[in-house]
Design a protein around this ligand. Structure first.
Ligand code: BEZ
Ligand code: FE
Length: 277
């Protein structure tokens, strides 16, 4: 098309998609072009601002490798990760709510015996975690895999902190015949997202803090059920109402209670899995 104008350019670009043989890709790209163009029109984007936007996206990509994923972080702080999660995990009654995976999951954590601790270093307030994995009708699911990870009391994951041994505060546990699992850990702390990259600079420019409320991450899987990615958040945490990635749901806030024998804290929670479609 010649002579595309401010008024006709959007439709001219969309017409180019007529030759796309993948209908889903065509519909995603059509919507993306419409929304991108509408965004530029709405804010009357200047050339200097768009050049700055391109510099920002380039620097974000340059911060990504096998250990650091700045684009996931960007999606998280913009609320896009939680929106995609909400669209994809509409839960039936009895199933546990999901929340963001985050960039610190490491596949292949060791499978540990029931009751083992995931803490490989010292320090922190001990916690005994107990729970069951259930169907939406509260029937136990035996043999489910419960994959757990969290920060150390200093607020860092093992992958961020060279002083921690590999797989510190990570482990996988199998449920028994009653659908039960238990393990030991330490109370997690609230912590800031990494602020030494483009996302940190963006949050500072926007006057937003980078903190997440204290939490333990879980992925719960069993054959015949949808995989559940979620966290349990510590009740009373000062960042529950201002999580930098919008991941908190009321049903995922739990009390860490003093243990009856006076030894540390206990955390009890049952997970409900949604049958696979
Ligand atoms: C996390 O909880 O590990 C996390 C989630 C989203 C962004 C950064 C960290
Ligand atoms: Fe986390």
């Amino acid at each position: 098309m010649r002579e595309a104008s401010e008024e006709t350019l959007t439709e001219a670009v969309i017409e180019k998609l007529a030759s796309c043989s993948d209908p889903r890709l065509q519909s995603i790209m059509t919507a993306l072009i419409r929304h991108l163009h509408a965004f530029a029109r709405e804010v009357e984007l200047s050339e200097a601002e768009w050049a700055e936007g391109i510099r920002f996206l380039t620097a974000t990509g340059q911060m990504c490798d096998e250990r650091r994923q700045e684009f996931i972080l960007l999606s998280d702080v913009l609320g896009l990760s939680m929106l995609v999660d909400a669209i994809n995990h509409r839960k039936p009654e009895g199933a546990t709510e999901s929340t963001v995976l985050g960039p610190f999951y490491v596949a292949g954590a060791p499978e540990l015996e029931p009751g083992a601790t995931i803490m490989r270093g010292g320090g922190g307030e001990p916690v005994a975690v107990r729970g069951r994995v259930l169907t939406p009708g509260s029937q136990p699911i035996a043999g489910a895999l419960v994959d757990v990870w969290q920060t150390a009391p200093n607020g860092f994951y093992d992958t961020q902190d060279p002083t921690q041994p590999a797989f510190n505060l990570r482990g996988r546990f199998r449920t028994d015949g009653a659908g039960a699992f238990h393990f030991r850990t330490v109370k997690p702390a609230s912590y800031p997202l990494p602020t030494d990259g483009t996302v940190g600079r963006m949050l500072a420019a926007l006057g937003r803090h980078p903190f997440r409320p204290a939490h333990i991450h879980f992925i719960v899987q069993a054959p015949g059920y949808e995989s559940l990615t979620t966290h349990l958040f510590a009740a009373g945490d000062p960042y529950l109402d201002s999580d930098a990635v919008f991941g908190v749901k009321n049903s995922l806030i739990v009390e860490f209670r003093p243990a009856a024998d006076g030894n540390g804290l206990t955390l009890d929670y049952d997970f409900g899995l949604k049958p696979a479609a």
